[in-house]
Ligand binder design. Sequence first.
Ligand code: ZN
Length: 314
Amino acid sequence: MLVNLTKILPAARRGNYAICAFNINNMEIAQGVVNAAVKLNRPVVLQTSQGAIEYAGMEYLAAFGHIAAETHQKLPIVLHLDHGTDEVLVERTIKSGWYSSVMIDASRNPFSKNISITRRIVALAHARGMSVEAELGPILGIEDQVRVSRAEAAFTDPAQVKKFVAETKCDALAVSVGTAHGPVKYAPGEKPSLDFKRIAAIAAATKIPLVLHGASSVPHDVILELHEQCSRLGDCARVHDAVGVPEAQIKKAIGFGISKINIDTDVRIAFTAAVRKTLLNDSQLIDPRKILGPARDAVEKLVERKIRLFSGVK
Ligand SMILES: [Zn+2]
């Protein structure tokens, strides 16, 4: 069943669990995510970045969400635009009729402009029964086309939260509290840590669900799988310094009001490790199904782990 964020996130915030959101770029990732959610019978958010839409096309990606939602009528599934920084694209997404939810990311604008842009998008989306996630305080790192440097990044100011939520009427708020997009979330020597004091202050200022972006953990066993494959190729350097947010810290953040957890990097790592393993084990392979099928299984396994950890699976 296709739902918007307001159908699942408020209950998560009240119940101290979180809904996991995964970026989908192709059929195998979409199916891997949906298979895990169906297996555990937990709601899930399928989200597409602007880069994913550019790569695969909005209609193709949206079709995965719709087919999943129609096939699994009892399972709440959200089809969400991730990090809409391009207002034209956000409007196109809203008017497409495909999506149930969008994120407008105007966080790099001055506070008052962030409010006015977000408020306009919220009005458009709410008129169509869609939910809106907004962002306050640009989150460090690179996510497809959204790049925020260390100089530009800013932690969310709890003093701005109440006014922002009241004036924009957004349904969920992405906060900048010590995570970053991409595989390298912390500088060398920097201790991976979330600012729990800040999360608590933000949560005290608003009852709406809070969203943690860049919440991949780069778990040791998952990155090890990739390292094993790339060491066979002799090119481990590109993810050598990958460091994520410890899963225990994310669990703790959920208790502080975080209700949606965005995960992309860990899926990418699991997917890539599986593709490399398959091709290195059998260099004669030319059947795309045999190459990408194990990657789909790897995504399912990774997503199952995340949903079990964060989504209140008993
Ligand atoms: Zn993000």
